[in-house]
Design a protein around this ligand. Structure first.
Ligand SMILES: Cc1cc2nc3c(=O)[nH]c(=O)nc-3n(C[C@H](O)[C@H](O)[C@H](O)COP(=O)(O)OP(=O)(O)OC[C@H]3O[C@@H](n4cnc5c(N)ncnc54)[C@H](O)[C@@H]3O)c2cc1C
Length: 420
């Protein structure tokens, strides 16, 4: 185990970043884990369940949080963004801006601040399906388990949370801090965001409240989500009798995302099982171009098909409209096998929108491919990429990817020590 001088910097604290940080730290490296949000976990923490085993995300997250807590070699910076990365002898120099949390370590997450907070904003954690206060806990199982304040949502001059906190944990005047980190190697694992569905007006998003995205469906089905895990229509809170999934909503489309996001088919099959469980009498239809469930996900596909009454129709949905006769939503598609026009009425329509890499606000030294995924040339020794910011992938592949990146970064560290 080398006695390291410089840490490995890991940017992004989702499954990929946490895995890379843990693998490197457990091998003996010092690690700085830089996460832009107030808690670790990434998008996986927002899922209701994981395919293929359909276990809750806490299965994978809790064990990682425990390993991180127990490892003194990992330093975590939350609400932190890397503004600049420059090469220097023996590694890289990162300039990091750490935004204040306005809540210090004395916070016990008692929630007294939330009770008195008068400001409410749409909750991005639930993709706007619910509201939250200006002071909030990122999510019930968040790590670090500590409140945070969204100052942009605070009412002018309000100090209600500070007055109510029995522990003196609120610091409304806290300022951003800049930190310079010298690292032997850098792993970038900043993951993905859902494609902006407001660009899919032809599919009814933004026009009809009961047209939602696959990411929103995960929150609807999550026990800690806006409906306590009940799958209902956002418009009236009623259970749907017919649910239509629209595959490749904006994906494999030159006007939107030209690539396949690889996980959306398995995600919709999984979500169809949520509907089946909760609303056994509901009709479930999946419109697809091709079902893409590579590798072991083929077993998952077969398992869902065999177990549940789910109708799959090969055909691209051209538009979603409201029926003048019934007032219900209608998905209009062409059946690719018969060539006939098809219409299916639905109470809830789920758009399987794709994955967009979180690479926009990273320093320009990190090279991108034409779609925005990071593609660092091999000549750039010491910067490695893992997870969905490299390519769309499921959690298991992300974890393997991150383990490989940790090994490469560790080798870099060992080389830099040998030359020191
Ligand atoms: C609808 C849907 C359902 C899915 N369901 C499943 C499933 O059931 N099973 C499965 O295996 N996979 C599933 N996936 C895929 C799964 O979400 C990804 O494999 C996983 O999130 C990848 O982890 P990641 O760490 O690469 O990215 P993320 O989970 O996106 O984590 C990235 C982290 O980096 C942080 N970050 C971003 N930018 C910065 C920055 N500039 N600086 C610092 N930090 C930053 C983010 O805040 C986040 O914490 C699903 C995907 C979709 C779209």
């Amino acid at each position: 185990m080398p006695e390291t001088r410089l840490p490995i910097a890991v940017i992004g604290g989702g499954m990929a970043g946490m895995t890379a940080a843990l693998e490197a730290a457990e091998a003996g490296a010092q690690v700085v884990l830089i996460e832009r949000e107030p808690a670790l976990g990434g998008r996986v923490a927002q899922l209701a369940r994981y395919f293929p085993k359909l276990c809750p995300p806490s299965c994978g997250l809790e064990i990682n949080f425990r390993r991180i807590k127990q490892n003194p070699r990992i330093r975590i910076l939350t609400r932190a963004r890397v503004e600049d990365i420059t090469a220097q002898p023996g590694g890289y120099r990162l300039t990091v801006l750490v935004e204040p949390r306005y809540v210090n370590q004395a916070c016990t997450a008692c929630g007294k601040c939330v009770e008195v907070c008068p400001a409410e904003v749409p909750d991005p954690w639930n993709y706007g399906l619910s509201k939250r206060r200006a002071v909030y806990l990122p999510y019930p199982a968040a790590f670090p388990f500590q409140f945070v304040i969204d100052r942009s949502a605070c009412l002018s001059g309000c100090r209600a949370c500070q007055d109510a906190c029995p522990y003196g944990a609120i610091e409304l005047t806290e300022q951003p801090k800049q930190e310079v980190i010298e690292a032997a190697a850098v792993i970038v694992a900043t993951g993905w965001s859902p494609y902006d569905a407001s660009r899919l007006t032809h599919l009814g998003f933004g026009r009809f409240p009961d047209v939602i995205t696959n990411a929103m469906m995960e929150r609807l089905a999550a026990p800690d989500g806006p409906t306590g895990g009940r799958i209902v229509r956002p418009s009236d809170g009623k259970e749907p009798r017919s649910v239509v999934f629209v595959q490749c909503a904006g994906s494999r489309d030159e006007n939107h995302l030209p690539y396949c996001s690889s996980v959306c088919c398995a995600a919709s099959l999984k979500q169809a099982t949520y509907v089946r469980e909760q609303c056994p009498d509901a009709e479930v239809t999946i419109f697809y171009i091709d079902i893409r469930t590579p590798g072991r996900l083929e077993d998952f596909y077969q398992q869902v098909l065999n177990g549940d009454r789910i109708r799959l129709i090969k055909g691209k949905v051209a538009k979603v409209e409201r029926s003048a006769e019934t007032g219900r939503l209608v998905a209009v598609a062409e059946d690719a096998l018969s060539g006939r026009k098809l219409t299916v009425e639905a109470d809830l329509i789920v758009l399987a929108t794709g994955i967009v890499p979180n690479s926009q606000d990273l320093p320009p030294v990190l090279a991108r491919d034409p779609f925005g995924f990071l593609a660092i040339p091999p000549s750039e020794k010491g910067i490695y990429v893992a997870g969905c910011v490299r390519r769309p992938e499921e959690v298991a592949a992300t974890v393997q990817d991150a383990t490989g990146a940790a090994l490469r970064a560790y080798q870099c560290l060992v080389r830099s020590l040998a030359h020191a």
